[in-house]
Design a protein. Structure first.
Length: 63
């Protein structure tokens, strides 16, 4: 999942840095367009890992 997030963020950040949309402000690309999404992505990664581990445990118990 981490690799998938990086594959999404890399082109998006390049797009925002190359084309001038007047947002984000000069020198604020990471703080405006990347850092705000890190907590949500970390929560998503941790919840996916916990749920996957728990579900595999249930599947193994049913065998």
């Amino acid at each position: 999942m981490l690799i998938g997030s990086l594959l999404i963020y890399a082109p998006a950040l390049i797009w925002l840095s190359v084309f001038d949309f007047s947002w984000p402000a000069e020198g604020k690309l990471l703080s405006d367009a990347f850092y705000p999404f890190i907590p949500g992505d970390l929560l998503k990664l941790v919840s996916a890992a916990v749920l996957t581990g728990g579900l595999w445990h249930l599947v193994d118990r049913k065998k």
